[in-house]
Ligand binder design. Structure first.
Ligand SMILES: C[S@@+](CC[C@H](N)C(=O)[O-])C[C@H]1O[C@@H](n2cnc3c(N)ncnc32)[C@H](O)[C@@H]1O
Length: 254
């Protein structure tokens, strides 16, 4: 197993934090990865930001010889509806700051990748950094290419739906996992109705507190998934998507 890059390798950029991943979610991801993939695998991460959150979980726990493809547009992507908090509860997220920092986030991500590569030279995980909108980058990739796909890019409905449609095609059909961030609510009729009214929103704040696009797209692409603390996952086994063969939410809660 590889060690992660020292945090000082890249500067933290304020006010948006370097890692957008909670420690609880990191624990779930770590468990899913280490229990189900012990040999080298191919991983696709959509949504990297500063490569300080989810990326570090993969780098710490992937077997040496694995390949990690990191895709991010690193371009402003807030919708006017999110900036205005229009037509629903406002989010406390600082969309302007995130959009202003996307260039710096790209440099920070590159810095962390470089630092990892300098530390590991010929060993460790091979990392490929791809700066492109996911819809375009994923269209070039071949079916069944990845054992693990992590979806954490643009959370608005159309983009998540596009990422998940590609993920279904790109995942190893024999034994592959698709997972992602920010599914705070398992889809139910009330959440889905709300989500359909807010297709251009990233997040709906209090009293709803969830990412409507993630909820709707996950429901449309998979129906049922497992989820713990907003991190969700589903297994593809023998060409079928199933929640039966991986740990259940209740078993994996950190
Ligand atoms: C929630 S952040 C990812 C956080 C990261 N996984 C972590 O753990 O810190 C979402 C990322 O999606 C990226 N993004 C937004 N729209 C995108 C698109 N169309 N294609 C690829 N990436 C996109 C943003 O640049 C941002 O870095």
């Amino acid at each position: 197993m590889s060690t992660s890059v020292p945090e000082q390798a890249a500067k933290d950029i304020r006010p948006v934090s370097a890692s957008l991943l909670t420690p609880q979610r990191q624990a779930v991801m770590r468990r899913l990865l280490t229990e189900h993939f012990r040999a080298p695998i191919r991983v696709l991460e959509i949504g990297v930001w500063q490569a300080a959150g989810s990326t570090q979980v993969w780098l710490e726990h992937l077997a040496d010889g694995s390949e990690l493809v990191l895709v991010d547009a690193w371009q402003p992507y807030a919708s006017q509806e999110d900036l205005d908090g229009h037509g629903g509860a406002p989010s406390s997220w600082n969309y302007n700051a995130m959009d202003e920092q996307c260039e710096a986030a790209f440099h920070a991500a590159y810095g962390r990748v470089r630092a990892y590569q300098q530390l590991h030279r010929q060993t460790g995980v091979q990392i490929h950094l791809l700066r492109a909108p996911a819809a375009q980058a994923l269209a070039w990739m071949r079916d069944g290419a990845f054992d693990l796909i992590y979806v954490d890019g643009d959370h608005k409905y159309a983009q998540v739906k596009s990422d998940l449609d590609h993920a279904r095609r790109l995942v190893n059909p024999h034994h592959g996992v698709i997972c992602g961030d920010d599914l705070e609510r398992l889809p139910d009729e009330q959440s889905l109705a709300l989500a359909r009214q807010h297709l251009q929103r990233d997040y709906l704040g209090a009293p709803h507190r969830f990412h409507p696009g993630v909820c709707l797209a996950v429901h449309e692409c998979f129906g049922e998934v497992q989820m713990a603390d907003g991190f969700w996952w589903i297994h593809c086994r023998d060409g079928q998507f199933t929640t039966e063969s991986l740990p259940k939410s209740a078993e994996i809660n950190p």
